[in-house]
Ligand binder design. Sequence first.
Ligand SMILES: [Zn+2]
Ligand SMILES: [Zn+2]
Length: 371
Amino acid sequence: MKAVALFQENAEIKLIDVSEPALTLPDHVKLRVLQVGICGTDREEASGGRADAPEGEKYLIIGHEMLGQVVEVGKAVTSVKPGDIAIFTVRRGCEKCPSCLMGRPDMCYTGNYKERGIKELHGYQTEFAVDREKYLIKVPKEIVDFAVLAEPMSVVEKAIDEAVRVQVARLPEAAEESQWMRGKQVLVAGLGPIGLLAALALRLRGAKVIGLDIVDGSTARPKILEEMGGKYIDGRVVKPETYDEHFGQIDAIIEATGIAMLDFELIEALGVNGVFVLTGIPGGHRPISIDGSDLMQKLVLKNQVVIGSVNASEAHFQRAVDDLVQGAKMWPNVMKQLITHRVKCEDMMDVLTKHPADEIKSVIQWSNPQL
Ligand SMILES: [Zn+2]
Ligand SMILES: [Zn+2]
């Protein structure tokens, strides 16, 4: 079968031929890959950044944002049958630390976890994938057209979940956990796929969403935000220190830009008792200058929390799938616009090296679902 491999030696990406994986455990599930999304992590891998081949191998099959259709199941598998639509999650725990032992490898202490398509395990940019049932999330057929967004959506679900849990823990008198977002004002920084999916999840929870980016308000991403009832801020025109005058108290910020200077500036916009969740990862080393005392003063005097959040638990994947189902009911037109480019595996390099201006999400189309 075909697979997209990243050769470690020279960071070269090649379409190679590998043998099809087979079931070897009773709880194994085999998926025919339908689609695999491309994100900044894949692009970073392709440009020589973070990516590790499995031990003793020369290449890594890339791809971690997958969607597949079940073709074969082991004897012990009970949750799916051939024909079902499903996804495999990404991270596999170290199986030694307390988090991994309790089924939360997204909070691994040792760093010795593995990730399919990123770190020491082959990924999903290929025709078939096999893994254990416990790493599988079943997907309703009605969202098959965009369920490949479940992995990036799971990252958003964890970020929002953490913000809410921290806030409820700090001020339990204020609201029930399931209701905390209702009526709160949340700033989403960066309207790429993660930001737009965050806006979707937040709107479903009744939050008022303002979305920040640096594109013209008449372009697709601000329009999609507005279709969901969000307000757009053009960061080139409106400065963070004035958000307060424009919008009033900002209760939470979900960040998806990975721009360090902007993140520090945004703390300025965060309101009293606010929570700021960072999901973007700035690349390289770029020293910046900030007024540290002023920053610390504000954090303390305004009771603020800053959280870093990466990856997601199985429960967050499940919530991602549920929210995609709800999103499709509320804003079917929005869901249709999030995947802007669907390309064949032969054109992988084009997608990895170019970043079309109108791109929201690009996916590699491996096969069509048989429904
Ligand atoms: Zn990704
Ligand atoms: Zn661990």
